[in-house]
Ligand binder design. Sequence first.
Ligand SMILES: Cc1cc2nc3c(=O)[nH]c(=O)nc-3n(C[C@H](O)[C@H](O)[C@H](O)COP(=O)(O)O)c2cc1C
Length: 359
Amino acid sequence: MGHRLVLTSFGESHGGCVGALLTGCPAGLEISESDIQPMLDKRRPGQSSITTQRKETDRVEILTGTYRGKTTGAPIAMTIRNSDQRSSDYDDLKHVPRPGHSDYPAGIRYGGHNDPRGGGIFSGRLTATQVMAGAIARKLLDRCMGIRIASYTVSIGGVDAHIDGMPSEDSIYGNDVRCPDTEAAADMRDEIVRARGSGDTLGGTIQSVALGVPPGLGEPIYNSLESDLAAAAFSIPSVKGVEFGSGFAGARSRGSTNNDPYTIQDGTVRTTSNNSGGILGGLSTGMDVTMRVAFKPASSIAISQRSVDTRTMSGTTLRVRGRHDPCVVPRAPPVVDAMMAMVMADHAILLGMIGPVIL
Ligand SMILES: Cc1cc2nc3c(=O)[nH]c(=O)nc-3n(C[C@H](O)[C@H](O)[C@H](O)COP(=O)(O)O)c2cc1C
């Protein structure tokens, strides 16, 4: 992904490692593993009883692209080794595809040569590679433009959070569903525990906000900020919906209520509401860029479902074994954060707002 700041993700869930190759990062940015590890730790599985019990240490190693603690301008390669795989859990899935997962179309697309273990390249594990690159993009934005990003859970199952303003990192990561509304967070947790108890899974929504984005960032028509953000969000497995500002609710309102009236605040043009989500014409308005991303319930459920056996071309049933997330949402805020940061940093580099050398 990316125009100038380009990310290539590689690896499989049960292969040797997963990794990120990031090209186009300016020289001179102070970067070490300690900038990346905290974001990876927030995504890591096995941290609480409401995520998969697969235990990965997810220790990032920067292999290339830095010298004396700073980026050199050369490609940055980063990896984490895979461990704690139980590949036998996936033996059946080569011929009996999981409803709702990528098994069937992937088998067709790669003529059966794809690695099915742990979902192969379609695994949520690949989102670790997005987080690695995103941590660098985040630092670039903070260091060069003062842009800060926060992503947090706003709904899980039937529970909605009520959040005013930009929540702090502590309030987001202070509970295991990553929701700054502590009352809603407790209900969300209960709902996940109930769903898991019946062998089922839940979906939810994550909101991502970029604060301090100057007006005019982006491109018109194609490669607009919205289209690049949406493409980046849809690259996260399980994401089935994206909206900006008032989004789908805006489609049911009127221009008179959906428009954001202009005003002057401290000598700067601002709007009194932000139904546009901080983007008009594919360009940032100077208000907070606000995106919401909808995650479906994870498909691997411990309830018997109808499937087919592609060897005999007959119907069968499947009850998915193995360690799976009862809800992927609590692990995804760092991933959505990363995608927001990558797109913002890429556009800033494209427009020369972040130069090739950081002074
Ligand atoms: C952090 C994360 C963890 C995930 N864990 C699981 C899981 O344990 N079980 C599962 O079936 N899907 C899991 N997924 C989702 C699948 O990878 C995804 O549904 C699958 O690749 C099909 O793609 P699609 O849902 O985007 O169409 C996870 C996704 C993310 C972002």
